[in-house]
Ligand binder design. Sequence first.
Ligand code: HEC
Length: 168
Amino acid sequence: MKFFSTLLTVLLLLLFIACGGEKSGEQAAEKPANPNNLTDFEMENGIGPVKEKIQLGEINMELAKKGEETYVGKCAPCHKLDKRLVGPAQRYTVDRRTPEYILNMIMNPDEMTKKHPTGQEMLAEYLAPMTNMNLTLDQAKEVLEYLRVVAKEGHEKNIVADPVFKNK
Ligand code: HEC
């Protein structure tokens, strides 16, 4: 009888450990590392002038056209749409980051690459720091509109862009 009760205790203990282990694993998957104690909003949407969710409507082609001009003049020296250059290929940026994150990265790249875990990861991959091009919020929103257009076009035409990370 002693044997069975010992066995039962061991089994219960194993079950407890297994469940406990699973739980902490789940938590680790849910919450990415956040050593700088960013808020949940900042973790998802970046650090910078945009501190609230913005509403995006249908794509506005007029704004996108202005955004394209800004992009060609100020961003194209370091970014191509489909190829990695100094910075990552921009074709599908809107698919991997929130609109607010993109605006904050454009307007506050210095802090983003120093304090935000994703920004830090990007800087570690690209090594060169992105320059703050001093866009106004309106100009940054126009560029965002342009990035929405190129992503849509990419999906329609099945355009393949370079991955963000070389070895990931
Ligand atoms: C001097 C080169 C340079 C210029 C100019 C530049 N970038 Fe960047 N950009 C980078 C680099 C390099 C990265 C990767 C992060 C890092 O290393 O700082 C980056 C990252 C980004 C990201 C984040 C992408 C992601 O998936 O997280 C966005 C968005 C971005 N740039 C948009 C722009 C826009 C829009 C402009 C023009 C207003 C611009 N960049 C101008 C070099 C540049």
